[in-house]
Design a protein around this ligand. Structure first.
Ligand SMILES: *[C@@H]1O[C@H](CO)[C@@H](O)[C@H](O)[C@H]1NC(C)=O
Ligand SMILES: *[C@@H]1O[C@H](CO)[C@@H](O)[C@H](O)[C@H]1NC(C)=O
Ligand SMILES: *[C@@H]1O[C@H](CO)[C@@H](O)[C@H](O)[C@H]1NC(C)=O
Length: 395
């Protein structure tokens, strides 16, 4: 406590010398017994500072003044007897602190004096010790201000100016021989970011198969500050999770089967090559691969039917048409690979009604007729062959 007060006094002296003009240095506390200002707030007008009577202020003369009404400080301790031997006096004093320097009550009674008898009548007399001046400040304990805790610096003094006599023993010095001060004007230490803890993993986001669970962490323990590094690494991590449940596999339609034989609706009746008797034929498909409660194929037709004439193997006249498109190369490798195409023989179906039945469904012709287009004019071939050149060798 004593040390702090001395420190403040020193600060006051030091800072007063750098004070700017206009306004006063305002303090949140005024210590009446020491006449010291404490807890500096900053620089404002005297009137503004003294809106609170507990406050104190300091002008360029370095003297601390109270914002309160004028009151006497407590009396100082009595001084030592002013003569070493025989009758003398001792004094004590007090100071008036208050706004505007106006007078305290009984303003003349600043000093009191009483007689005393000096007790040192045989030489040598005891010599009271006195403080040396303070050493200069040592280095701050750190070069930057760490979170919430300012570094400190220290200075010392010794009771050696003069040292108290030992024979006869003199009074020692009163007060601290060491003093600490916060180093408030240093830069803040850089604080590297550090990760907070991981959040729990999210629940598995899928209801079948496998998915990814996530967990996050924040760079807030602490967050990087004053130019410190960000947290290294990732703020997100994942983990694979399995539901141990197969996902539904929806059905897919198979290809349609080939059309079945064209048959009369009347059992046993032969309609082959008959222009006046139609029949019907059908084909099927299947809904395949549906497992694990997958949905069935959409569109419910498993079978399809159409009306038809059975022309399989029937002798039919036709006329030559265009070439059919080329076949694929066969075999699909090797020097012997070839492709072929045939001239189309367009069979004359004009003897058949294009539709069948009362519903006038368009009829199809089922089977391969035994077509006859006759010979081609000028001895042309009805079939062509081509080599497929540069085919890769067969394995
Ligand atoms: C000082 O000493 C003298 C003589 O011994 C005595 O008469 C006187 O009362 C003393 N004064 C004080 C203040 O003690
Ligand atoms: C901050 O991190 C950097 C780079 O990893 C390192 O060099 C430095 O010493 C760290 N500082 C503190 C205060 O931990
Ligand atoms: C199959 O799916 C249907 C509807 O999608 C549902 O109502 C039924 O509970 C499921 N069955 C099983 C065994 O998961």
């Amino acid at each position: 406590m004593e040390g702090q007060r001395v420190l403040l006094l020193v600060l006051v002296v030091v800072l007063a010398s750098v004070q700017r003009s206009g306004g006063v240095r305002c303090f949140a506390q005024f210590d009446l017994s020491l006449g010291q200002c404490d807890e500096e707030l900053g620089e404002v007008d005297e009137e503004d500072c003294c809106q609170n009577p507990q406050y104190g202020y300091q002008t360029t003369d370095g003297v601390c003044q109270s914002c309160g009404p004028p009151v006497w400080s407590p009396w100082s301790p009595w001084s030592q007897c002013n003569v070493p031997c025989g009758e003398g006096v001792m004094q004590r004093n007090r100071k008036c602190f208050g706004i505007g320097g106006s007078e305290c009550e009984r303003p003349k009674e600043k000093v009191e004096m009483i007689p005393c008898n000096g007790t040192c009548c045989q030489r040598p007399c005891p010599v009271a010790g006195l403080w040396s001046s303070w050493s200069s400040w040592a280095q701050c304990s750190s070069s930057c201000i760490a979170e919430g805790r300012a570094p400190i610096r220290n200075r010392r003094r010794t009771c050696s100016n003069p040292a108290p006599s030992t024979d006869p023993p003199g009074l020692g010095c009163r007060g601290d021989d060491s003093e600490d001060q916060n180093c408030d004007n240093l830069p803040h230490c850089a604080v590297n970011g550090s990760w907070g803890s991981w959040s729990p993993f999210s629940s598995c986001p899928v209801t079948c198969g496998v998915g990814l669970q996530e967990s996050f962490r924040r760079c807030d323990s602490p967050a990087p500050k004053h130019g410190g590094w960000p947290c290294p690494g990732e703020g997100r991590r994942t983990k694979i999770c399995s539901t141990n449940t197969h996902c539904p596999v929806d059905g897919v339609w198979s290809e349609w089967s080939r059309w079945g034989p064209c048959r009369s609706p009347f059992p046993g009746r032969d309609i082959r090559c008959r222009q006046t008797a139609g029949g019907s034929q059908s084909r099927e498909r299947l809904c395949l691969h549906r497992v694990h409660n997958g949905s069935i194929c959409s569109g419910d037709s498993l079978t399809e039917s159409r009306v038809c004439y059975d022309v399989n193997g029937c002798y039919m006249k036709g006329t030559w048409g265009e070439w059919n498109s080329w076949s694929l190369c066969f075999p699909p490798c090797g020097v012997k690979s070839k492709r072929v195409r045939k001239r189309r023989c367009d069979v004359d179906y004009s003897g058949y009604e294009p539709t069948i039945g009362r519903r006038k469904e368009v009829a199809s012709f089922s089977g391969t007729p035994n077509d006859d287009c006759g010979p081609l004019p000028d001895g042309e071939e009805s079939e062509q062959q081509q080599n497929c050149v540069n085919a890769p060798a067969c394995p």
